[in-house]
Design a protein around this ligand. Structure first.
Ligand code: ATP
Length: 342
């Protein structure tokens, strides 16, 4: 990954009337990066994307592009590519005409436009569909046209707002693969809005996590997953077990809290770092199985501690023992290094 800073947001705030949709956002985006903006509905992801694209003006703060102040530049001056949630294709134009549209606006020669359109159609795997209207295409194909159109004039930055939200799970997976390939092949900077944690983890070089208009954390997928900065990030990215601490111990047990959690109220452990305790394990937390959900390759056990706190434990299905049934008692353990204070 290139590490030259391409875009920088400095204390960016956006208010709509009295409502602050974004507060004091500072972050950098490296050239060639695949940055996902992740967060729940209403957290400000789309607003941040529209500020980057120049479709809305910042209320305060600054946006830099390659070191230059672009805060006052119009969307046209920034000339970033944009792919929206809906595909926003022109229904009366063919696939080829849709892709050619931004190039015509730029008044490129017909020969150059034709060559570029053919290249883009090939790139997104739509050979043979050039003369179809969008209504004759599947959702995935329409999204490919939208991608091809946004990439046709070689923008330095491509902004994508939940481009796959309308697609079913399989097609979504396919399109994610294609987007990874496009990003790898083109080296363009991608800024991608999603509320889907798995999608963000799978696609991004880094993830920026938003909540209520605040940037919670920015980091590589494994950084934000393995070392969440706070409880919101820990809970938002996948399953998490949270145990309260009391007097230096895990509440209701003799297990001492690790040094890094002393003085903190809660200890967090990802379920995949928890396992059934063996005889040789010293830290054993007794639990009772509350519920068991069969998930195919795994079963998900819902456990209750003596203090009444709930934990998740994954149990691999397959040869060997069947997962314990509700009512069973079992002891769990984990490596203290896999726990963190929240
Ligand atoms: P979603 O995943 O639902 O699209 P989001 O994280 O992208 O959510 P935004 O669309 O950025 O969230 O919205 C953030 C907040 O700002 C929301 O509370 C929204 O209602 C508000 N908001 C966005 N645009 C406007 C606007 N033009 N006028 C007033 N409020 C707005």
């Amino acid at each position: 990954m290139a590490s030259t800073t391409q875009i920088e947001a400095c204390s960016v705030t956006k208010t709509f009337g009295k409502f602050a949709a974004l507060r004091d956002i500072s972050l950098t985006i490296a050239e060639g990066e695949f940055l996902s903006l992740l967060g729940p509905s209403g957290s400000g992801k789309t607003t941040f994307l529209t500020l980057l694209g120049g479709y809305e003006a910042v209320t305060s703060g600054q946006l830099l592009f390659e070191g230059q102040d672009m805060t006052g530049w119009s969307a046209k001056e920034r000339a970033f590519g944009m792919v929206f949630q809906g595909y926003a294709l022109f229904p009366h134009l063919t696939v080829a005409e849709n892709i050619a549209f931004p190039l015509k606006v730029q008044k490129r020669s017909k020969a150059r436009i034709d060559a570029r359109v053919a290249e883009m159609i090939e790139l997104v795997g739509l050979a043979g569909h050039a003369h179809k209207k969008p209504s004759a295409l599947s959702g995935g194909q329409q999204q490919r046209v939208a991608l091809a159109r946004a990439l046709a004039y070689e923008p330095k930055v491509l902004l994508l707002d939940e481009p796959f939200s309308a697609l079913d799970k399989n097609l979504r997976g396919q399109m994610q693969e294609e987007l990874r390939r496009l990003h790898r092949d083109l080296g363009t900077t991608f800024v991608f809005v999603t509320h889907d944690q798995e999608e963000a983890l799978a696609l991004s070089t880094r993830i920026a996590i938003f909540n209520h208009g605040h940037l919670q954390q920015i980091g590589t997928p494994d950084e934000v997953y393995e070392r969440p900065a706070n409880r919101f990030t820990a809970e938002f990215l996948g399953d998490i077990n949270i145990l309260s601490l009391q007097g230096g111990n895990i509440t209701g047990s003799a297990i001492t809290a690790p040094p890094h959690a002393q003085g903190n109220g809660h200890l967090a452990i990802r379920p995949e770092h928890m396992r059934l305790a063996q005889d040789y394990d010293t830290n054993r937390l007794p639990t009772t199985v509350r519920d068991r959900v069969y998930l195919g390759a795994k079963s998900r056990l819902l456990l209750a501690t003596g203090a009444g706190e709930e934990l998740i434990l994954y149990f691999d299905n397959g040869p060997g023992e069947a997962p314990p049934a509700p009512g069973a008692t079992l002891e769990v353990t984990w490596d203290p290094r896999d726990s963190f204070a929240v």
